[in-house]
Design a protein around this ligand. Sequence first.
Ligand code: ZN
Length: 163
Amino acid sequence: MNFDELYQHLILDHSKHPRNYGELEQEGTVHVHGDNPSCGDEIHLHVRFGPENVEEIRFTGHGCAISQASASMMTLKLKGKAREEAERLLRLFHARVAPGGEGADDPGPRELGDLNVLSGVRQFPQRVKCAMLAWRAFEQALEETREGASGTAGARVSTEKEE
Ligand code: ZN
């Protein structure tokens, strides 16, 4: 499969059959509502952190295929990861989809795996907001659970101003 075929295949597969789709209700679960008004994408991200890692992560949502596929692939990637590693992957992913990064023919960091196919969005600033939505929600979940954070139920983020 060439890059475009792989891209189509993965986006379709994950948007039609999202992984880790659902909610988490246990105590200590962080819930972040993310939206991307310019496309109409929404995501509800549920994360339960262990002492050092991302113990469980699920999402529900609706919107374009890119936003939902990115969320699905993100949950697969981050589940079980140490907090620091998850933060590093967030930065790697952002660098991968942000405009002005490496060329699309660059295979990208191996750690990102299938998520590298989303690098195609960098030519379309509006689509970057779609791809980053779940990740910004995850970033907020990290923020909510930092030591000393007051802890809120129902944080919100938006990729309206994403660049
Ligand atoms: Zn979208």
